[in-house]
Design a protein around this ligand. Structure first.
Ligand code: GLC
Ligand code: CA
Length: 503
């Protein structure tokens, strides 16, 4: 399967590359960057939603699944992008948001019009709400005055959840998938796909010891696996080469993995590792070991459009640490997903005023906090959860306008970082595919592992570390120095070493 050896690159369209000077990234901007991406060694792109949308959640509130939002271009532009990418042997997967639609979607407009609407049952309507909370804060139920019933929205109130119990909804979604398959996309990233509402028992969620709601009855419900398994089986009969990756809203490996093992996705995002809050080597090693105890290929990433960038969050702006993380991502078993700008060491963009915040989650946090604290303090709290941090415009240079959002900071060491990524991707292609990882260990601040015929030592500590070597190897990457008798290697602080077994 093509995706097993591919290096993916996530493009958050609005902030990637702007081709027409309106300050908003667009599809032609991606086209113009294809040679750059090819040169960087990228094999596949994941494009975040580009569908028509009121953009309450910046495109994750879709009002037409089978079209392109004019701010990004048109369907012909998308088709040209696909053709040009394919001509360069770059695959393209698209983001599909099937848990909810925008309330501006014709389906919802029809559903909400009356109790007798033919599409009434396409969404989740109730006379009484439960205590379920929205993932963006506040109640997940909104009273609609027209029919005096509540509809369910697990995210913003403008994102109404579809009712997956209804076979018509399922069929409508299959039609959307067929539409994009006919256009020629190579796969799909399924947004918060474990949130689908498939049961009709609505029980209040319990409150945990920390006072926060435990999302027991609104995610991972009985029945969701069967629905998704059927969809995946159908997709594979249409085209076995189609790649499917699930976004599961959990950082628990057992939950994440169950959607690959039971529902048949090719893989799923490993938030258990990718979104860790700081560089906790014990946790990292543990999750890495657990991921490799499973049969399927995990995903490997430290960045996305939903979290603070690893340059700040994990590397704390240290280039040595950043390089170690990139070795871990690329010289390893798994499917790496880079996020735009990561290969240039782009850092977090931090709004300095509420008027600059674009992320709905951060806006909600700000206004909620304003009831209790001064605005400056509220801004700090908002920025702690602000997903704009990773969504600043990519600083390509003077030609890139900023418009809808400010620019991400340029990393002065960006060129060096890019050449490291490029070299590692080259090495991955030359030495891979990497299917087996063994001997994963953490010792003295060093993570080491064996991937196929390569020994990898990542020294995250501030001290030089000596590591014994059991096989006849030669150095192929890194600052580690092999002893003359090749019995051990000395790895300087915050550096790595990769040795290759002699044939
Ligand atoms: C996913 C997306 C996120 C979006 C949410 C709701 O988590 O990655 O950006 O806000 O789903 O669609
Ligand atoms: Ca534009």
């Amino acid at each position: 399967m093509w995706w097993k050896n591919a290096v993916f690159y996530e493009i958050y369209l609005a902030s990637f590359a702007d081709s027409n000077g309106d300050g908003i990234g667009d599809i032609d901007g991606v086209r113009e960057k294809l040679p750059y991406l090819k040169e960087a060694g990228i094999d596949a792109l994941w494009l975040t939603p580009f569908y028509p949308s009121p953009r309450v959640d910046n495109g994750y509130d879709v009002s037409d699944y089978c079209a392109v939002d004019p701010q990004y271009g048109c369907l012909e532009n998308f088709q040209s992008l696909l053709e040009e990418a394919h001509a360069l042997s770059i695959k393209v997967i698209i983001d599909v948001v099937f848990n909810h639609t925008s309330t501006a979607h014709p389906w919802f407009i029809e559903s909400s019009a009356s109790l007798e609407s033919a599409k009434r049952d396409w969404y989740i309507w109730r006379d009484q709400p439960t205590n379920w909370e929205s993932f963006f804060g506040g109640s997940a139920w909104k009273l609609d005055q027209r029919t005096n019933q509540y509809y369910y929205h697990s995210f913003a109130e403008e994102q109404a959840d579809l009712n997956w119990r209804n076979p018509e909804v399922k069929q409508a979604i299959y039609d959307v998938l067929s539409f994009w398959l006919a256009i020629g996309v190579d796969g799909f990233r399924f947004d918060v796909i474990n949130n689908l509402t498939v049961s009709d028992t609505f029980v209040d969620n319990p409150i945990g010891a920390d006072g926060k709601q435990v999302h027991l009855y609104d995610v991972n419900q009985p029945g969701v696996m069967a629905v998704l398994k059927e969809m995946n089986q159908w997709l594979k009969t249409v085209d076995p080469d189609i790649f499917t990756v699930a976004e599961i809203s959990s950082d628990q490996l057992s939950v994440i993995s169950s959607y690959v093992e039971e529902a048949g996705f090719d893989t799923a995002f490993n938030f258990n590792l990718g979104s860790i809050e700081d560089l906790d080597l014990k946790l990292l090693t543990h999750e890495f070991q657990e991921m490799n105890a499973r049969n399927y290929l995990p995903t490997l990433f430290f960045n996305s459009h939903d979290m603070s960038r690893s340059w700040n969050r994990l590397a704390r702006e240290d280039r040595g640490t950043y390089e170690l993380l990139s070795v871990f991502l690329l010289i390893n078993r798994g499917v790496p997903f880079l996020f735009q700008g990561e290969e240039q060491g782009v850092g977090d963009y931090l709004p300095s005023h509420i008027s600059e915040i674009r992320d709905i989650q951060a806006k909600n946090k700000y206004y909620e906090q304003c009831l209790f604290v001064e605005t400056q303090q509220a801004l700090l709290f908002a920025n702690e959860v602000n997903r704009d941090r990773s969504r600043g415009m990519i600083p390509w240079g003077a030609s890139q306008q900023t418009g809808w959002i400010g620019s991400s900071p340029i990393n002065p060491e960006g060129e060096l970082i890019s050449s490291v990524y490029q070299e590692l991707i080259r090495l991955r292609k030359a030495e891979g595919p990497f299917q087996v990882v063994t001997n994963i260990q953490l010792e003295n601040g060093c993570i080491r592992y064996q991937v196929e015929h390569l020994s990898v030592v990542l020294n995250f500590s501030d001290l030089s570390v000596k590591q014994n070597i059991s096989k006849k190897v030669q150095t192929i990457y890194g600052k580690g120095v092999l002893s003359e008798d090749r019995q051990w290697v000395q790895v300087p602080p915050k550096s790595c070493w990769i040795g290759k077994e002699e044939q």
